[in-house]
Design a protein around this ligand. Structure first.
Ligand code: SAH
Length: 342
């Protein structure tokens, strides 16, 4: 009963299977087209002969990711998808519409081990890495459900993507495949809490994907309190790795900085951040923190957010404030979780 999930098969594996079944090689292209269209049953692959469809149903699993729930925001054009995986794990992804196009935020793990104090994803523990197929299927099934092209992919859902490096890369390359989703790598973003070895490895891949690094504090005392990973990779080392990343990849890093009331949103915090980032090829994305049940951290006042942004601007650091989408369905940054619905 341990059939492989059809979305997990690489083109090479699928070709080998077709050959074994003495089927024509061109069937590969047809099958992959169906997968990109979010097909989750061999019976629906109507341009394939019945014989192949039956063999596929026998050999592969098609329903390893089932839609458990779909929540539509009443405030904006955001939809949260809750998926039930074959082993009982539950994950979430989010579909958003911007003026610049549509975007899917995918989860990379069921749960998270990073333990950030402000993030719901850490609160339900860690299950496992998602397979490349489970990553790809999040995009394919959402595109199908929305009847829409996906223009952007952000790996900012549940989990730490760099803990699942190989599947992440298979996924990103698959999204880029011109025969499939054909999403430009320039429209992909991977967000990390700052795993230095993987950041440097990622720089070497030479892909024009945006790297986002979650900072949230500009001194070790506060960052360690918010993000335990800071004990392993403290700020001086992280900043050195970021400079190295910028040099190797020639690309600017996006620094994510969630603003918590009275904790990291004061004038001196902004000045400390500006000093730390001086001379770096970067962009700062401020996220007015989203409230998460079980955490006693609160969102900054709008005035504090404005003040923070103004200070960075005055130091010539490019800064944007992230629009909050989907807060009513717990679909905003830091609100996705492994097990239950809101
Ligand atoms: N593990 C990756 C992806 C996490 S989610 C990472 O750490 O970057 C994407 C962003 O949302 C991260 O910057 C994360 O720190 C941020 N985030 C988590 N909880 C949040 C909250 N309650 N409010 C605002 N942003 C939050």
């Amino acid at each position: 009963m341990n059939k492989p999930y059809i979305y997990d098969l690489s083109p090479t594996e699928l070709s080998a299977w077709l050959e074994e079944q003495q089927e024509a090689p061109y069937r590969l292209r047809q099958i992959r087209q169906w997968l990109w269209r979010g097909c989750n049953s061999a019976d629906d692959m109507t341009d394939l002969p019945k014989g192949i469809r039956e063999k596929m149903t026998e050999s592969f699993r098609f329903d390893a990711m089932r839609l458990k729930e779909r929540l539509q925001s009443q405030e904006d054009d955001t939809t949260k998808y809750i998926w039930q995986l074959a082993d009982g794990n539950v994950i979430e992804s989010v579909f958003m519409r911007y003026r610049s196009g549509t975007s899917v935020c995918v989860s990379s793990q069921a749960g998270c081990k990073m333990g950030c104090a402000f993030c719901a994803s850490s609160m339900c523990g860690f299950g496992r890495n998602l397979s490349s197929g489970e990553l790809i299927a999040q995009v394919a099934l959402i595109a199908k459900d929305q009847g829409s092209r996906v223009d952007h992919v952000v790996v900012m859902g549940i989990g730490e993507p760099f803990e699942n490096y190989d599947n992440l890369l298979t996924f990103l390359r698959s999204c880029n495949d011109p025969a499939g989703f054909n999403i430009s790598m320039r429209r992909m973003t991977v967000s990390t809490c700052g795993l230095i070895p993987q950041m440097l490895r990622f720089a070497e891949e030479g892909l024009p994907i945006t790297l986002a690094v979650s900072l949230h504090a500009a001194n070790d005392r506060l960052r360690s309190q918010l993000m335990p990973i800071n004990h392993a990779y403290p700020l001086a080392d992280l900043m050195k790795a970021c400079r190295q990343y910028e040099k190797t990849s020639g690309r600017r890093i996006t620094f994510e900085y969630a603003l918590f009331k009275g904790l990291n949103d004061r004038t001196e915090d902004a000045e400390q951040l500006a000093a730390m980032l001086r001379g770096s090829l970067c962009h700062v994305n401020l996220i007015p923190a989203n409230e998460v049940p079980g955490s006693d951290l609160h969102r900054s006042e709008p005035g504090a957010v404005e003040n923070f942004a103004r200070i960075l601007q005055s130091r010539k650091i490019p800064v944007t404030v992230r629009r909050e989408l989907g807060t009513d369905i717990m679909a905003a940054c830091g609100q996705l979780r492994r097990m239950s619905t809101p």
